[in-house]
Design a protein around this ligand. Structure first.
Ligand code: HEC
Length: 138
């Protein structure tokens, strides 16, 4: 019985976490990775895009596109929402989220106001697509 109740509450929670995801547009404004490197500067105090540096106050971002949110091994400071999340990071979703990170996920442990300007945000995503790409050894 207890197990059933637990499962039901887990399912409800997952439902809430999914329901908070906004409708995302399939197209992004054209971005410049070069400009995006500068937009990423404040993010770098908490995140490294390079795999070899590991986690900081925020999780490492190497290979983040295509990963399920909140599942990086060894990172201990995920919010409940991220730890339970089942969605996969796409450029479109990250673009939508970073407009106001705390608005979309109010319990997030990421203390950032995000990047409200649409062009700056598109530049940031263009940079992240390059900088977080996993390097394959030849
Ligand atoms: C003060 C530290 C801090 C700053 C600044 C910060 N982040 Fe974060 N970031 C975090 C933490 C902590 C999490 C985990 C959030 C959660 O679990 O709610 C996170 C999560 C993320 C994730 C999801 C990672 C995953 O494993 O799903 C991405 C992507 C991300 N941040 C990108 C950015 C970008 C881009 C910026 C700059 C606009 C930024 N962050 C600024 C601390 C920070």
């Amino acid at each position: 019985m207890l197990r059933v109740v637990l499962l039901i509450s887990l399912a409800l929670f997952a439902g809430v976490a999914q329901a908070q995801l906004p409708e995302v547009s399939s197209t992004l404004p054209q971005g410049s990775a070069e400009r995006g490197r500068l937009v990423f500067a404040p993010c770098r105090t908490c995140h490294y895009p390079e795999a070899y540096v590991g986690h900081n106050n925020g999780p490492n971002l190497s290979g983040i596109f295509g990963m399920v949110a909140g599942k990086q091994k060894g990172f201990r400071y995920y919010s409940e929402t991220f730890a339970q999340a089942e969605f996969v990071w796409t450029p479109q979703l990250m673009y939508a989220w970073l407009e106001s990170p705390m608005e979309m996920f109010p319990d997030t442990t990421m203390m950032s106001l995000g990047v409200p300007d649409p062009q700056d945000r598109a530049d940031l995503i263009a940079y992240l697509l390059q900088a977080t790409a996993v390097q394959v050894e030849q």
